[in-house]
Ligand binder design. Structure first.
Ligand code: MTE
Ligand code: MO
Length: 434
């Protein structure tokens, strides 16, 4: 019996599994332990060298049943695919940021558990039955909605990106962070389900002098921003679902404002109130923060639209080329707060030669676009860049072009072209060329 158990056909996992289950066919545990290590090692060697012809755990034993994961989670082999933060960036995790692992994703949709988070006062834990949305100010009748009330308005579904205005902010004065997760990961793109803000405002009835809105969050930061009424009536949403399920607490459960194409800071989470006024409020987040200090000491303000931008996600510092020279798949993301992406160009030599990338998947207004560029790598060092052009004809600038206009005091709205240097071993590094 012990001889049988120690043949390479039975793996360590199978042994442990059956042993844990108190399997009757097993030999005395002492006997199993004695020979198990060598057998398991032999099997490991064999499967590594010839996995296609070797029996594997997963075709020898029953897998978990349908009761194992009432709410599904990724494979244990994907445990590296996580949001990450940069410890020195902020003083505390409650007023902080983490980053979407862009180099691990594909397509245009960000999975809910991987959407970057930006909180000013931590994640509010809101009971949806107690949550209310109030509309007050310059309206005919001030209203207070329950979540149930809101779900009785006509619903709409839209895929939009949300980018924090500070995305790539740490790169204003030069290359700093090694990985697209950190240089470009303050972005996510999900399918929102919700109702149009204009329908809710119509219910309250806007006064003729209604020109601005001030959405406000129910979290301890009471986040608020001034939003011009034209944008609110055009395409803003009050969303309660992302990618089909309820918003995650991190993303503003149970209700968030969606302001397509505009900077993430305005997309108020845990939305509890919208005040209607005739002038902007000049709140903290639109005066001391989220303004762009220019070289001459003046600041650009109300820079709402997110400019056209792109990033090569693979290869990149966290995702080197591991297969050596030959056929190589380069991929990345492009987006614009002003519409769709018309074209993405790729250079392998730091801008001397440009070639058109292939945009694949849907091309949706104010959503991420996925591009691919397949090429034969000769094993020589590369200087990779992508350059996006949006549906208005706007061309993504170089970082030098951007600095010429805006100086180097800024944090926000850095949409300059990113460069990765790939060495002969396929390792990538964040660099700048001029
Ligand atoms: N109530 C509230 N809303 C908020 C914030 C906040 O701290 N509180 N942060 C804002 C900022 S700066 C950004 S970039 C986005 C981030 O959204 P996310 O956490 O879903 O990625 O939410 C915005 N809405
Ligand atoms: Mo932000």
């Amino acid at each position: 019996m012990t001889t049988k158990l120690n043949t390479p056909e039975l793996s360590r996992r199978a042994l442990l599994k059956s042993a844990a289950a108190g399997g009757v066919t097993l030999a005395a545990s002492a006997t199993v332990t004695a020979g198990a290590t060598t057998a398991a090692q032999a099997l490991e060697k064999e499967t590594k060298e010839n996995p296609i012809t070797t029996k594997q755990d997963w075709n020898q034993v029953l897998g978990d049943g349908v009761d194992a994961n009432p709410y599904g989670k990724p494979s244990e082999y994907e445990k590296n695919v996580i949001r990450r933060s940069v410890p020195w960036l902020t003083a505390s995790p409650e007023s902080s940021i983490n980053f979407t692992p862009l180099h691990e994703l594909d397509g245009i949709i960000t999975p809910n558990g991987l959407c970057f988070e930006r909180h000013h006062a931590g994640i509010a834990e809101v009971d949806p039955t107690e949550h209310r949305l109030m509309i007050n100010g310059l309206v005919d009748k001030p209203l207070v909605f329950t979540m149930e009330d809101l779900k009785r308005f006509p619903r709409t579904n839209k895929i939009y990106f949300l980018e924090c205005a500070a995305n790539s902010g740490m790169e204003w004065r030069g290359a700093q962070l090694n990985g697209c997760q950190f240089t470009h990961g303050m972005i996510h793109c999900v399918n929102y389900t919700g109702v149009l803000l204009k329908d809710i405002l119509a219910e309250a009835g806007l006064k003729t002098n209604a020109k601005w809105l001030m959405p406000e969050g129910a979290d301890a930061s009471g986040m608020n921003r001034s939003v011009p009424i034209e944008k609110a009536l055009k395409d803003c949403m009050v969303a309660f679902k992302m990618n089909g399920e309820a918003l995650r607490p991190e993303q503003g459960y149970p209700l968030r404002l969606v302001i397509p194409g505009w900077e993430g800071n305005m997309w108020v989470k845990w939305l509890r109130r919208i005040e209607v006024g005739d002038m902007p409020w000049h709140a903290r987040e639109e005066t001391s923060k989220y303004t762009d200090l220019m070289e001459n000491g003046k600041a650009r303000r109300f820079t709402w639209e997110m400019d056209c931008k792109s990033i090569i996600t693979n290869p990149s510092p966290q995702a080197p080329i591991t297969h050596g020279k030959g056929h190589t798949v380069l991929t990345g993301l492009a987006w614009s707060g002003r519409g769709t992406i018309d074209r993405v160009d790729i250079t392998l030599d730091g801008g001397k030669n440009w070639q058109k990338a292939r945009i694949d998947g849907p091309s949706l207004d104010k959503a991420l676009h996925r591009f691919y560029f397949e090429f034969e790598w000769d094993g020589r060092p590369l200087l990779l860049q992508s350059r996006a052009i949006d549906s208005t004809g706007y061309v993504q600038p170089t970082k030098d072009e951007l600095r010429e206009v805006r100086g180097t005091n800024s944090i926000y709205h850095n949409n300059g072209i990113q460069t990765w240097h790939v060495n002969g071993k396929g390792e990538a590094e964040n660099v700048e060329i001029s």
